[in-house]
Ligand binder design. Structure first.
Ligand code: AHR
Length: 349
């Protein structure tokens, strides 16, 4: 090899080594930050350095409704550093596969507790078995899971959705009687929430139980409107086109009711206890309660979103080795014109 060739060879090898070291360092930096295209990846997030904090992985369904936002806030308000927690929060954006991915990530990070609200009831056996084998207690909030082995979760905290559905039927019967329409033919449409979700299953079942006691109540159609305002509006518009005389709308959440009200207005009809269409809604969020106070919504069945504090109490008990119940029902009220205005005056939680 000539001196020139040796020099050229030395330079090439040096450049290659420098390039390799630079690429390796860049790779390490990306992993350390856990960022790809500016997005933090769940699996790259590390559990806290502070060993005194209890690590809680929370998988939330999504952000489809005003209720859901309040539910998320109640979680984020309690699982704070000040309260002794390190919260890893994931929004599944209405996709079960995202929830399963989040749960697996929590398991691989060896969190102390998993708190999650399942989108729908089916399909959780495998991932919950993995959590059980990793020794991580699972606390369900809001919705339930349909699993063969109920030891796969420690406890569930949420609403009695079937009771909510029954209360919707009972309050409707009361108002119809008050108007002297108890024997009239009553044509009903139902906007349902996400198919397969506990809230949808329970509210549908509870309302149907009461409806079956009234031969004059005809359920024209019940349709999935996904718990969203946009879908509520779209489906109500379609129902108004299809059926001339809708007497009652049962809307399984306030967001769908807000959308339905737009469609009712556009169809030239009036909503209200004394209007063309009587509405019974669920959730009782603030803007809906205002409509109850004004008589636009006849009754709103509360769905209590403040489940974070209950989840924290369960974790405190588990930390102390105290027993916990398998089910915890949160307290709920029915709002009508009689109590909505007073409720609105009360300070918010
Ligand atoms: O599971 C609770 C339901 O989910 C609430 O009624 C609804 O608003 C939410 O999206």
């Amino acid at each position: 090899m000539t001196e020139n060739k040796r020099e050229w060879f030395r330079i090439t090898v040096t450049v290659l080594i420098v390039l390799a070291v630079a690429m390796f360092a860049a790779g390490l930096m990306l992993l350390g930050c856990g960022e790809i295209n500016g997005e933090k990846k769940l699996e790259d997030m590390r559990t806290p350095v502070d060993e005194n904090l209890t690590v809680v992985g929370v998988s939330q369904v999504g952000s489809e409704s005003v209720w859901r936002t309040a539910n998320t806030e109640s979680i984020q308000n309690v699982f704070t550093k000040e309260n002794g927690y390190f919260l890893i929060f994931d929004n599944a954006r209405q996709k079960q596969e995202n929830q399963i991915k989040a749960l697996r990530s929590f398991i691989s990070q060896r969190v102390d507790y998993i708190v999650f609200s399942p989108l729908t009831e089916d399909g959780w056996d495998t991932v919950l078995q993995e959590a059980k084998e990793a020794g991580i207690p699972v606390i369900l909030i809001d919705r339930k899971v349909n699993v063969k082995d109920t030891s796969l979760y420690t406890t569930w905290i949420g609403s009695d959705f079937t009771r909510e559905g029954r209360m919707a039927g009972t309050v409707l019967a009361k108002y119809l009687t008050r108007q002297g329409r108890q024997d009239d033919t009553i044509r009903i449409v139902v906007l349902q929430g996400t198919e397969g979700a506990t809230a949808t299953i329970g509210r549908t079942r509870g309302f149907r139980e009461v409806a079956q006691q009234h031969d004059n109540w005809i359920i024209l159609e019940q349709v999935d409107a996904e718990f969203t305002t946009a879908k509520g509006e779209e489906e109500m518009e379609r129902l108004l086109d299809k059926y001339e005389d809708i007497d009652v709308l049962i809307s399984q959440n306030d967001d769908m009711t807000f959308g339905a009200l737009e469609a009712i207005d556009r169809a030239g009809k009036t909503a209200g206890t004394d209007g063309d269409i009587m509405i019974i809604s669920f959730d009782a969020v603030k803007n809906a309660l205002k409509l109850v106070a004004d008589g636009v919504i006849t009754a709103d069945i509360e769905c209590n979103p403040h489940q974070g504090e209950y989840a924290e109490t369960v974790i405190e008990r588990l930390e102390k080795g105290d027993p916990v119940a398998k089910l915890y029902f949160v307290p709920e009220t029915v709002y009508t014109k009689n109590n909505a205005a007073t409720a609105l005056e009360e300070p918010e939680d």
